[in-house]
Design a protein around this ligand. Structure first.
Ligand SMILES: *Cc1c(COP(=O)(O)O)cnc(C)c1O
Length: 372
């Protein structure tokens, strides 16, 4: 077939390139040299286990048609037990989970308060819903409270608060107990995206809500980060999960997760729960990296294995990333619209897959790059 050129797209891409905003997949390096993965516990490199490989590779249909298998039940049972909530439902990805869940839960007369740094999948889910969306300053509970006073829901409407517990690009999060208290005082429902927190923080890696002793109304977790597989889940009350089975369009109108992958993810959940040694290794590497970067004079933010080094200009961030790549290390430059304009950064992450000597080698390369 002879392709038909699309000059307006070629022009748009040229404009992006001129602004240093063109995106292309970088080369994949060994995990010892990769400092931007979300594979916090080093589980992503595991090939499918033998048990997983006995299950069908494909579901064959949406789970509501004929794609529902025992493997899905095994994974959802394991997730609900781990997180400590009654039920869980798996989606093909975190993007699909957030878009489908928010689009169906938020009603036209509702008001949803959204942290300004929320992930694109949360933003897109809120855009699909007809509710009024009120963004508030990142992690700022006083700003949230005053936004709540200014924006009342419509007749029979509800208030919702949507936030991540550990922000993917900032390595920080809201103070959860006062946030939960504010939600209770204002009869607001709390949607908490723990994509980067599960596996990493808390007992058995249950995440920050559990670690801080609060329960969100809607819990979102991904399987593609510390769990090292692919997919995502929502956990909560039985009626929440039954409602999503019926109404979340990204679930209903989408092929069920691969059963083999579901068993693989369930196996990895077992490893994550028993993974205190991996978490200790991760947090030791994190401390080493953060101390080293501070010693080199880098302005870094947050806490934990996501280490944002905010540089500002897109071109400067790209240049730093390019120089590190020349030195054999991959730390991805993150540019708008993933982060706000002027907030280009290197988002550096550590993993239990790193040896302390890998962290030292990265710091040595960074020191050279900084002295250029
Ligand atoms: C990565 C991420 C998602 C999307 O998850 P995928 O499974 O990669 O689609 C959702 N929310 C947050 C906060 C994320 O960082």
């Amino acid at each position: 077939m002879k392709h038909r050129p699309l000059p307006h797209l070629a022009e748009a891409l040229e404009r992006r390139a001129e602004q240093n905003l063109l995106r292309v997949p970088p080369p994949r390096l060994a995990s010892s040299r990769t400092f931007c993965a979300n594979d916090y516990l080093g589980l992503a490199e595991r090939p499918l286990s033998e048990t997983a490989a006995t299950a069908p590779g494909g579901a064959g249909a949406s789970r509501l048609v004929c794609g529902d298998t025992d493997a899905h039940g095994v994974l959802e049972g394991a997730l609900a037990t781990w997180i400590g909530l009654p039920k869980a439902l798996v989606f093909a990805s975190g993007y699909a989970a957030n878009v489908g869940t928010l689009a169906t839960l938020l009603q036209p007369s509702d008001v949803v308060f959204s942290d300004r740094a929320n992930h694109a999948s949360l933003i897109d889910g809120m855009r699909l819903a007809k509710a009024q969306v009120v963004p508030y300053a990142h992690n700022d509970l006083a700003a949230l409270e005053s936004a709540m006073t200014d924006h009342a829901p419509g007749p029979n409407g509800r208030r919702w608060v949507v936030t991540e517990s550990y922000f993917s690009m900032d390595g920080d999060g809201p103070d959860l107990p006062p946030l939960r208290a504010l939600c209770d005082e204002t009869s607001s429902l709390l949607v908490l995206d723990e994509a980067h927190a599960i596996g990493v923080f808390g007992a058995e890696g249950r995440g920050l809500a559990d670690a801080k002793g609060i329960a969100p109304d809607v819990f979102l977790g991904t399987l593609g980060k510390a769990i090292g597989a692919q997919g995502a889940f929502v956990a909560g009350a039985p009626e929440l999960i039954a409602y999503l089975w019926n109404t979340a369009r990204s679930f209903v109108f989408s092929t069920g997760m691969s059963p083999a992958l579901a068993l693989h993810a369930a196996d990895n959940v077992r490893r994550v729960r028993a993974g205190d040694a991996l978490r200790e290794r991760l947090h030791r590497n994190t401390a080493r990296l953060r101390e080293g970067m501070q010693r080199l004079g880098c302005t870094i933010h947050g806490h934990g294995p996501i280490v944002p080094w905010v540089i500002g200009e897109e071109s400067a961030a790209l240049e730093r990333a390019r120089a590190l790549l020349e030195a054999g290390f991959h730390a991805q430059a993150i540019r708008p619209p993933t982060v706000p304009a002027g907030g280009a950064r290197l988002r550096i992450t550590t993993s239990a897959a790193h040896d302390p000597s890998d962290v030292d080698a990265f710091l040595a390369a960074l020191e050279k790059v900084l002295s250029r």
